[in-house]
Design a protein around this ligand. Structure first.
Ligand SMILES: [Zn+2]
Length: 347
């Protein structure tokens, strides 16, 4: 396995960043697909880092036996800028603190797979924009692209473009995934959209191609057991696609929903949130799912949140202090949400 570091010029003198890139050369690069895997694009979402650590060790063993057929590129920490950020000791890696931009938005959406039109390394933009261009450059040659993220407290689930469904059902079957969420049109220029745009926009044949954002449960679900299970899932997926030797996944028939079917429950008042349900629970229309204490210890100081339609509790916040309008939880329902809005579910 080759390893090298890509340097991203920092915004100020003496502040360059490095991304580690691992490459395995497959024995059949002409017939087996090329794979790109990255983790921690949101710098404080690290279950995927642990997963790729375990996966890399397994791939090294397979490679030594000649059982890696397709080329594989692994970026275990895609965003050292976000990983290094903290506020008074609390890691905070979703937004670039220097400009408030989401690290998983505003990626370049290319009209075709031509890296020559990406920003040059010396372009007068911030380091996080240079980082995004570099990640696209690393990813472009791959036919299988997986971006490993996590939610706050959550079931494992996967985002896919609707054009890739059901062709990519094997990814859901391989990973310990509970739900597939399908998006279309506006992906917020997330990394996933940037990985698919060159092919969608040029009208290319998408068969054999996979681009997905894989949500590996919640932010604190980082353990040897989860890393082993998720690395085994990735290995099953790669085996099924002929990238490595081994057994592929069985079939999968879990819930599949367009983004419009996700009820994004938002806080009607600011205060302390008390949940009446846990992730994985099934709720009925009108069920009380949470209470916000906006005036603690007052007779009428709490407001209940009732779910507008039946569904599966996919995720909820890990903090218990919320401001008005903030996301409280995601519920996957059978029909469209009355409050669905275009674009990604979250800012
Ligand atoms: Zn994320």
């Amino acid at each position: 396995m080759d390893q090298h570091f890509e340097t991203i010029r920092g915004d100020l003198p003496g502040s360059d960043w490095r991304i580690k890139v691992l490459r395995l050369r497959g024995t059949r690069p002409d017939s087996a697909p090329t794979t790109y895997l990255q983790a921690a694009l949101h710098g404080d979402e690290v279950p995927g880092v642990a997963t790729l650590h375990v996966l890399a060790a397994r791939l090294r063993s397979l490679h030594a036996r000649g059982d890696v057929f397709g080329d594989i590129v692994i970026v275990p920490v895609a965003n050292p800028i976000g990983l290094s950020q903290s506020l008074a000791g609390e890691p905070t890696g979703r937004y670039d603190l220097s400009n408030r931009m989401n690290f998983n938005r505003d990626f370049p959406l290319l009209p075709g797979p031509d890296p020559s039109i990406l920003l040059a390394d010396d372009a007068p933009v911030t380091a996080s924009m240079r980082l995004k261009a570099r990640l696209v450059r690393l990813m472009l040659p791959a036919e299988l692209v997986l971006d490993l993220h996590c939610d706050e407290q959550s079931l494992p689930y996967v985002y896919l473009h609707e054009a890739l469904w059901p062709a990519c059902r094997d990814l859901l079957a391989a990973m310990p995934s509970d739900v597939a969420l399908l998006w279309k049109d506006d992906g917020g220029a997330a990394f996933e959209e940037a990985a698919l745009a060159p092919w969608l926009r040029s009208g290319a044949d998408l068969s054999g191609r996979t681009v997905a954002t894989v949500e590996l449960r919640g932010r604190s679900d980082v353990s040897p057991a989860f890393a082993a299970a998720d690395a085994a899932g990735l290995m099953r997926f790669l085996a099924g696609r002929g990238v490595v030797a081994g057994d592929g996944p069985a079939d999968w028939d879990g819930p599949v929903a367009p983004l419009d079917n996700v009820e994004m429950i938002r806080a009607p008042r600011g205060g302390i949130v008390l949940y009446h349900c846990d992730i994985g629970d099934r709720v009925a229309s009108g069920d009380r799912v949470a209470t916000i204490l906006f005036d603690p210890a007052a007779d009428d100081g709490a407001v209940d949140i009732l779910v507008p339609q039946a569904g599966l509790v996919l995720s909820r916040r890990d903090q218990r202090i919320l401001r008005p309008g903030e996301d409280v939880m995601k519920i996957v329902a059978n029909g469209p949400s009355a409050t669905a809005r275009p674009g990604p579910l979250e800012s």
